[in-house]
Design a protein around this ligand. Sequence first.
Ligand SMILES: *[C@@H]1O[C@H](CO)[C@@H](O)[C@H](O)[C@H]1NC(C)=O
Ligand SMILES: *[C@@H]1O[C@H](CO)[C@@H](O)[C@H](O)[C@H]1NC(C)=O
Ligand SMILES: *[C@@H]1O[C@H](CO)[C@@H](O)[C@H](O)[C@H]1NC(C)=O
Ligand SMILES: *[C@@H]1O[C@H](CO)[C@@H](O)[C@H](O)[C@H]1NC(C)=O
Length: 413
Amino acid sequence: MLAIVWIILLSSTLCNCLDNGLAKTPPMGWLSWERFRCNTDCVNDPDNCISENLFQTMTDIVVADGYASVGYEYINIDDCWLEKHRSHDGKLVADRKRFPNGIKALSDYIHSRGLKFGIYEDYGNYTCAGYPGIIGYEEKDALQFADWNVDYVKLDGCYALPYDMDHGYSTFGRLLNSTGKSMVYSCSWPVYQIYAGIQPNYSAIQTHCNLWRNYDDIQDSWASVENIIDYYGNNQDLIAPNAGPGHWNDPDMLIIGNFGLSYEQAKTQFAIWSILAAPLLMSVDLRTIRPQFKQILQNRKIIAVDQDPLGIQGRRIYKHKGIEIWSRPIGPLYQNFYSYAIAFVNRRTDGTPSDISVTLKELGLINFSGYRVEDLYENVDYGVLYPNTKIKVKVNPSGVVMLKGEVQYPVDL
Ligand SMILES: *[C@@H]1O[C@H](CO)[C@@H](O)[C@H](O)[C@H]1NC(C)=O
Ligand SMILES: *[C@@H]1O[C@H](CO)[C@@H](O)[C@H](O)[C@H]1NC(C)=O
Ligand SMILES: *[C@@H]1O[C@H](CO)[C@@H](O)[C@H](O)[C@H]1NC(C)=O
Ligand SMILES: *[C@@H]1O[C@H](CO)[C@@H](O)[C@H](O)[C@H]1NC(C)=O
C-alpha cells in the first residue's frame, strides 16, 4: 500500500541559510490578526480593538494560564497599529490614542513578563490596511525596531511589486542584521510572488528569512484549514525541503478556539501544523477560550513534535478516499533510524469514524528493534511494536489520531 522512502537532506549543511541564532525551532506565540483583524474602534469596542490594552491583556494571560510554560513566547502585533502618517522626521508612530504610551513601553511591558515582542510592517508603500509601509525608509525603520527592542518582525507584501521582492526582502534582512539587535524575520516574499505567477527562489528566501508565508491567509473555517493542508500536501516536494532549524515554512496562524472549527477539526489543525514544523502562533481570544481548546493548544507531546530539534518538515505519505496519513521524522535518532510522528486524518464527512489499518512497516517504521508507540492525544501507550505489527486506528470525521513511534535501541543479550 504505502512505499515510503525518506530521503533526508541535511539542508542546513547544504543551504547558505540565515544564521542569526534565532528560530532554531519554529516560533511559538500569539498574533492578533486572524481573531482581532483591523478593529480600531476603541470607543465602542475597547476590549477588542488593536491597542496596547489588548496586547498587555494577552501577555498577562499567556503567562498566567500556562501558555508560556509550554513554550509560547512571542506576543506579536499585526497590522493597524500605526498612525496614518509618519512623524515630521520620517519616523513610524504608533496610533496615539490606542497606544498612548508608545511601542517602547509595550515592548518593555512584554519583556518584563518574560516574553518577547513582535511587530508588523510591510515591504511596500502601505501596509495591507493602508498604513505607512517601509519603502524608502528601510534603514530608519530597521533602526527604529532595534530601538524599540523588537524581537520579531513580520514583513507583509501589499502595495509592492512582487518582482522587487528578491531585492527588497533581502535588503531589509541585511538592515535588520546591521542594527546588531537579533530579530526573527518573517517574510511574505514567496506568497506574493506565487500570486503573481513567479516561481519563488526558496534558496534565496532561506538565506534571508527565518520563516515565510507560502500560501493564503487563514480564515476562521474548516474549509480554509483544509485548503492550506491540501496546498502543503500537494506542493510538498517543493516546499518541505526548505524547512530546517532557523528557517521555516509558515502555513499561517492557529485558529483553534475561535468560531469556525469543531473540537475534532481543532485537533487536526494542531496535529498537521506540528507535522509541518509550522510556527505555532495562536490567534484567539485567550480571555474566553473554552478549556477543551486550551487543552489542545497546551498539548505538550504535540508541541514537542512541532519543536523537534532535528527540524525536518513532515509529509503527506498517503491519500485515498478521504483518508490521509502524514508522517514526520523526529528524534530520538538511533544510528540512521528516526522516530516518527504520524497523523491519521479523516477528511470524509459521512458521519461515522473510519478505521485505518496499517503495519508499521508500511508507515516506514522498519527497524526490527521496534518502536514504542503512543497516542499523543489520548495518552495511550501501546508498548513496543514491530515492523510487521498491524495497528488499527479509528478516526472521527474531520478528526485525527496522532501517534508517535520512538525507535528502540537493540537489546544485546
Ligand atoms: C509606490 O509609490 C511610488 C511613489 O509614489 C510609485 O512610483 C510606485 O509605483 C508605488 N509602488 C506601488 C507598487 O504601488
Ligand atoms: C548578522 O549576521 C551574521 C552573519 O550571518 C550573524 O553571525 C549575526 O549573528 C547576525 N546578527 C544579528 C544581530 O542578526
Ligand atoms: C536563487 O538565489 C541564489 C542566491 O541566493 C542564486 O545563487 C541563484 O542563482 C538564484 N536562482 C535563480 C533561479 O534565480
Ligand atoms: C535496527 O537498528 C539497529 C541500530 O541502528 C541496527 O543495528 C539494525 O541493523 C537495524 N535493523 C534493521 C532491520 O534495520
